[in-house]
Design a protein around this ligand. Structure first.
Ligand code: BES
Ligand code: ZN
Length: 635
């Protein structure tokens, strides 16, 4: 099914392309480029392959360059209410600007500071929402929209005090990626354009507000907070969190926000953040976002981390007590280059965000913690990739995707992350590390504050790495093909080899005494549990549990894989802890495999539904929407 709206849009855009090209100018056409505040070139979509299928807006004709939010956050009504002012650049001198909205009430629209405007809501599309069409003239400078959010919002998570660490105050956070920003702000919901933003946010005086922008370090008695994001960003990176927050600095430009009762533990866990930023800069160039802070959210947060610029949003499940899960911070930090500085043009190019980020993340980890440590991370990633490839349909196995009529969140698989990583690791291998690093550094620098498609990247790769160094690489097979190509780099980990020997001994001797695990790190444990054999019995699981207390593990990664295997092997001494985990934690990456494992048998499915009935209200839309589908649950 093609959306009628979309068809018209594509048609209009193709007319635009034809007339544009008939001027005989090349794709670097000056009319279509503009200087951003930072003096960088930004290009509006000018050929069909760049058009974003996940917006109903006419961003290729007229686009927002700056957005100002003036909103109040009401916990009584579970509502954000206020106005957004869009500063426009009318590239094609059109008479209408279209914004994306989803589940928003539009209360009024004016232009240029108060002139009532004609506007209408277009046809609702289940995936993309409802376009808001506003009449303008080519001279219109700003459009102001009064609006409020509704219960149907997909971006916002409203938490009761009981769902927080402190249990006294409510909490709210937003999740914009991939196409959720339109359900808390009317925007042109595409990564293809970049905007600067400012905001004035009113919250209850007992709470503090923070955004992906310049942030306060203390509460103030008015409950009014002002924000500024002077670097242009795609709108999926607009983010807000409101709660009983405190701040602790880590070094001069890094720090952590979280609820008071968690602050000390979080600051301990994230102590290496400053070193990570320095290591990242040394690899691929200066950090261009001023500060780098992290907010550790309540456990309902549906992701491990979200790279909101200047302020990564993170799950509390990385606070393991031993700093063993901080690769996630390296990952979100790396997005400050891959993703936030150089952004995928459309969600079909998602691997350009995530594959590059995993590569960069592992280089940061290698420079801080060494090669052995990083090889373990890469090998766990390879295992994830193999599992995903065996489950994913062929069309979703290529790096470049075609997500028309699909939710871009479906692209969030290990294909983008790990196949992307191994492709870049292959390029490093054939070009040599020094050449590859110089290439990547230049890539970030030359594309900063811009968006890029897969096709543009491939061309850049050919011109700047492959041809100059006379390399032979099967780029098309990696980028457009299914599966994992033959020449995927092989990772060897001596530490994992030792773990595998322990596993063999355990099954052969039937005794846990042969397992030499006293110096195992989290990653060795993950490798061990992942490699338990399919015919492991409940009594073997019980032996392992008795010696190593895995059911009680305070490490979320270890607990999650241990629970999954326990379900598979019918070891049900985990039931109490499993239920508690599923009720507390809303991170989709953990929930999906656990509910899937439970749902594999009729009794398990019953158990899953019983737990889900208690747990669902603790999950963000991103998670409950996925699990509703998985369990066939009708809310
Ligand atoms: N940007 C992603 C999260 C995301 C992807 C949100 C797609 C919505 C749609 C983030 O950087 C990420 O990849 N998070 C991972 C952690 C990482 C260490 C692989 C996660 O949340 O598990
Ligand atoms: Zn990521």
């Amino acid at each position: 099914m093609l959306y009628p709206m979309k068809l018209i849009q594509l048609l209009l855009a193709s007319l635009f392309v034809v007339s544009f090209n008939s001027c005989g100018e090349n794709t670097e056409n000056a009319e279509n480029n503009e200087e951003t505040a930072d003096g960088n070139q930004e290009t509006v979509a000018e050929d069909m392959s760049v058009l974003d299928e996940h917006t109903l807006s006419n961003y290729f004709d007229v686009k927002t360059t700056h957005l100002h939010l003036d909103i109040a956050v009401s916990f009584e009504e579970k509502k954000i209410k206020g106005s957004v002012t869009h500063t426009l650049e009318n590239v094609n001198g059109v008479n209408e600007v279209i914004f994306d909205t989803k589940a928003l009430n539009i209360l009024g629209v004016t232009t240029d500071g108060g002139n009532p405007a004609n506007y209408e809501m277009g046809e609702y599309d289940e995936l993309l929402g409802t376009p808001l069409k506003v009449e303008i003239t080519p001279e219109t400078k700003t459009v102001e929209i009064e609006y409020e959010t509704t219960e149907g919002t997909e971006a916002l998570d409203w938490l009761m005090p009981a769902q927080t660490a402190g249990k006294q105050q409510p909490f709210m956070y937003t999740q914009g990626q991939s196409i959720f920003t339109r359900s808390w702000i009317p925007v042109q919901g595409t990564p293809a354009i970049r905007i600067t933003y400012s905001a004035r946010v009113q919250v209850p005086t007992s709470l503090m507000a923070v955004m992906s922008a310049s942030n306060p370090v203390q509460k103030n008695e008015t409950g009014i907070y002002s924000f500024d994001m002077p670097q242009p960003i795609p709108c999926y990176l607009l983010a807000l969190a409101v709660g009983d927050l405190e701040f602790a600095p880590i070094d001069y430009r890094t720090g952590v926000y979280t609820e008071p009762s968690m602050l000390e533990d979080c600051a301990y866990e994230l102590a290496d953040m400053g070193k990570m930023v320095s290591a990242a800069e040394k690899l691929y160039g200066k950090y261009l976002w001023d500060r780098y802070d992290v907010i550790v959210l309540p456990p309902s947060f549906p992701f491990g981390g979200m790279e909101n610029p200047r302020l990564t949003f993170a799950t509390p499940t990385i606070i393991a007590g031993d700093r063993s899960l901080v690769a996630l911070i390296a990952h979100e930090l790396a997005h400050s280059w891959s993703g936030n500085l150089v952004t995928n043009s459309t969600w079909n190019d998602f691997w350009l965000n995530e594959g590059f980020t995993v590569y960069f993340e592992r280089r940061i980890m290698e420079s801080l913690y060494g090669k052995d440590y990083t090889d373990m991370l890469a090998l766990l990633g390879y295992q994830d990739l193999m599992r995903t490839m065996s489950e994913e349909e062929p069309a979703m196995q290529s790096l470049k995707l075609n997500l028309i009529n699909k939710h871009p969140d479906d692209a969030m698989s290990d294909v983008a992350y790990e196949k992307g990583y191994f492709f870049l690791r292959l390029l490093e291998q054939v070009a040599g590390r020094d050449n590859f690093d110089a290439f990547l550094k230049a890539y970030f620098d030359e594309h900063k504050f811009q968006t890029i498609t897969t096709e543009e990247f491939v061309e850049y790769l050919n011109t700047n790495l492959i041809q100059p160094h006379n390399l032979t690489v099967n780029v098309d097979e990696w980028v457009y093909g299914e599966g994992v190509p033959e020449n995927c780099p092989k990772v060897v980990s001596t530490r994992f080899n030792a773990v595998e020997a322990s596993i063999e001994q355990f099954y052969q001797s039937g005794s846990v005494e042969s397992i030499q695990a006293s110096d195992w790190t989290t990653h060795e444990w993950l490798h061990f549990i992942r490699h338990l054999k399919d015919n492991t019995t409940p009594s073997q699981m019980a032996m392992l549990d008795e010696k190593f207390h895995l059911t009680q593990s305070g490490n979320s990664e270890i607990a999650a894989i241990w629970f999954e295997k326990s379900i598979n092997f019918g070891y049900d001494s985990i039931d109490k802890e499993l239920e508690a985990f599923l009720i507390k934690v809303g991170r989709r990456k953990f929930l999906m495999p656990l509910y899937t494992a439970l749902a594999a048998t009729p009794e398990g499915k019953e158990k899953a539904l019983a737990i889900y009935a208690k747990a669902r209200s603790n999950y963000h839309y991103v998670s409950f929407n996925s699990i509703d589908q998985l369990l066939g649950y009708q809310p």
